[in-house]
Design a protein around this ligand. Structure first.
Ligand code: SAM
Ligand code: SF4
Length: 321
């Protein structure tokens, strides 16, 4: 079992299989980065899988594939199948912008993928174009419908932004409710790669807007999920991710692996240790030591909130959010 120095059990690994993306979201990657990680520095799926096995053997129970946009990487279903075959009980999920899901959802489900989280920031084509800087909405919604059709469990993520999509909170929630998709509103997390124009809605502002329309109870946190949950009178449950709040990191159970093999203890901070050299050399012992050290050095909390609040200098497209 992996336990950090604040006695949090770390059993969730997020794996960013590529930092590249087919969208240019304002809050994440508004411009193409100055340089991409050279292809030869990326770990192959076989190499990533070697590390997945170590992580599973050390106690990881949930793996989420993310990016950049994970569906840009060829043969993703084969990688999923490797993990699933090694340990079928793993909670295997993916976060995607859904643009390429149509036509691939069945293959991913057959490979062992259980769940997906999709970014649904808007239902208006022109707003989707404004956020992602590309005409994406039709493909995204078709991708969501295809995922539902093949029986993948779907959750939605929405980052509400002032003057952009804040007026669509109810519409996006109603869309999700209609298709029994659980929605989580994510507070915009300030980072130095995002557009300076983005102004996120904080959870108090969001709740105020939602209360004008609905009655709901406050369920608090549920297990190790980062979401603060609320349940409406008709039983529909939604979540808000509030990284600016002091208790946000209390139940954090996750670490992150980038496509070039950097293992990151916290989404906010720049600190990381590489498993690339040891994995490429087949040195399981050394890679295991890095994993244990990263867990041991996991910081207590991020610095988005509080008196010493700062903008994070970590790129979301690198860590996978
Ligand atoms: N491309 C995929 C997608 O968009 O779902 C996966 C990678 S993306 C980095 C993962 C999640 O991070 C998405 O739900 C996205 O909305 C969220 N995200 C990215 N930048 C963010 C930011 N600055 N603040 C809050 N959430 C952010
Ligand atoms: Fe790409 Fe996802 Fe970042 Fe948007 S949030 S730019 S889709 S990685």
């Amino acid at each position: 079992m992996l336990v950090d120095s604040y006695e949090r059990v770390v059993d969730y690994l997020r794996v960013s299989v590529t930092e590249r993306c087919n969208f240019r979201c304002q809050y994440c990657m508004p411009e193409k980065p100055f340089s991409w990680v050279p292809k030869e520095n990326l770990l192959s799926f076989e190499e990533l899988f070697e590390f997945m096995k170590i992580a599973i053997d050390e106690g990881v129970k949930k793996i989420r594939i993310t990016g950049g946009e994970p569906l840009l990487r060829a043969d993703l279903d084969k990688f999923i199948s490797m993990i699933y075959t090694y340990e079928p009980s793993i909670d295997l999920a993916m976060t995607t912008n859904a643009y390429l899901l149509k036509g691939t959802a069945q293959k991913l489900k057959d490979a062992g993928l259980k769940r997906i989280n999709v970014s649904i920031d808007t239902l208006k084509p022109e707003v989707a174009q404004q956020i992602a800087q590309k005409d994406v909405l039709k493909n995204v919604l078709q991708g969501v419908q295809e995922a539902l059709k093949v029986g993948l469990k779907v959750k939605a993520n929405m980052v509400p932004m002032k003057g952009v999509n804040a007026d669509e909170i109810i519409d996006v929630l109603e869309y999700c409710k209609k298709y029994e998709i659980s929605i989580r509103f994510i507070e915009y997390m300030e980072n130095s790669f995002a557009s300076k124009e983005v102004k996120g809605l904080k959870s108090d502002e969001l709740l105020k807007l939602l209360r004008e329309k609905y009655e709901f109870s406050d369920d608090g946190f549920d297990g190790s999920s980062p979401s603060h949950y609320f349940t409406m009178k008709d039983g529909y449950r939604f979540g808000i991710i509030e990284p600016y709040k002091d208790d946000f990191c209390k139940q954090c159970n996750r670490i992150r692996l980038t496509a070039e093999g950097n293992l990151i203890p916290c989404l906010y901070f720049d600190e990381a240790m590489s498993i690339s050299k040891s994995i490429k050399a087949g040195d399981i012992k050394a890679a295991t030591e890095v994993l244990r050290e990263v867990v041991r050095t996991k910081p207590e909390k991020n610095r988005w909130g509080g008196d010493d609040a700062e903008v994070s200098s970590r790129a979301f497209y690198e860590t996978g959010g």
